[in-house]
Design a protein around this ligand. Structure first.
Ligand SMILES: [Zn+2]
Length: 80
C-alpha cells in the first residue's frame, strides 16, 4: 500500500482508496472517465431520442430505429 497525494486537496491518501476521504475526489482517474463517459452517453441518447421524435413528426421513417438506439444509449449511460 502506498500513499498518494489527492489532486484536489493535496491530502495524503491510500492508493487503494477509491475516493479521497478529505474531499471525496476520486483517486482513480478511470472512475472520473467512466463517470464522464456515462454523462456523454446519456446526453447522446437523449439527442437521438429527440431526433427520433423529430423524424416521427416529419414522417422521415427512421423514428423506430432512432428511438431504439437512443433509449439503448441512454440506458448504457445511466448504468455506468
Ligand atoms: Zn482530496
Amino acid at each position: 500500500m502506498a500513499l498518494i497525494q489527492c489532486s484536489e486537496c493535496g491530502k495524503k491518501i491510500s492508493d487503494k482508496a477509491e475516493f479521497c476521504p478529505g474531499c471525496g475526489n476520486p483517486t482513480n482517474p478511470r472512475t472520473k472517465t467512466v463517470k464522464r463517459l456515462g454523462g456523454v452517453y446519456e446526453a447522446a441518447g437523449f439527442v437521438i431520442i429527440l431526433l427520433g421524435m423529430a423524424s416521427m413528426f416529419t414522417g422521415y421513417g427512421y423514428s423506430g430505429i432512432l428511438f431504439g438506439t437512443g433509449f439503448a444509449v441512454f440506458i448504457v449511460g445511466r448504468l455506468k
